[in-house]
Ligand binder design. Structure first.
Ligand code: GTP
Ligand code: MG
Length: 149
């Protein structure tokens, strides 16, 4: 089944939003397969954001992501990459609907609380960057039959 990489950014960690954010993914029915609190280094972030290296906001994005620990997570479930992006809201929190994480918890693009992979290919690449294989925990969710038809 499909997996996505979701990271609570340093502002989300500092603001005490780990619990409320994890709750949204759990309550939707997605299965947590990996989780760690980690202070990323510049090399990892340059790889993670390699498509954005030339953007004018890249230096501020880098210092934002280096400003504190990040909660790195992997979630599994049907259509989880796309549904994860829906749960996050738009990149610009001012364009995010209420009920989304960014629409409920953020204002500025450079403090938008959370990252989510934008495609299945990106998700697999990002999971490989942030986690070792043995950190992805393989188990059967007892709730499966109550969530999936
Ligand atoms: P992520 O889930 O974090 O990858 O966001 P995204 O996929 O919605 O946006 P994108 O990958 O294009 O940009 C990555 C991150 O860079 C965003 O989440 C923002 O934090 C930041 N960012 C993107 N565009 C801008 C911008 O125009 N200005 C500023 N200040 N930050 C931006
Ligand atoms: Mg992105």
């Amino acid at each position: 089944t499909e997996r996505t990489f979701i990271a609570i950014k340093p502002d989300g960690v500092q603001r005490g939003l780990i619990g409320p954010i994890l709750t949204r993914f759990e309550q939707r029915g997605f299965k947590l397969v990996a989780l760690k609190l980690t202070w990323a280094n510049e090399g990892l972030l340059r790889q993670h954001y390699e498509d954005l290296q030339e953007k004018p906001f890249f230096p501020s994005l880098l210092s934002y992501m280096l400003s504190g620990p990040v909660l790195a997570t992997v979630w599994e479930g049907k259509d989880v990459v796309k549904q994860g992006r829906v749960i996050l809201g738009a990149t610009n929190p001012l364009a995010s609907a209420p009920g989304t994480i960014r629409g409920d918890f953020a204002i500025d693009m450079g403090r938008n609380v959370i990252h989510g992979s934008d495609s299945v290919e990106t998700a697999n690449r990002e999971i490989g960057l942030w986690f070792k294989n043995e950190e992805l925990v393989d188990y059967k969710s007892a709730l499966n039959a109550w969530i999936y038809e």
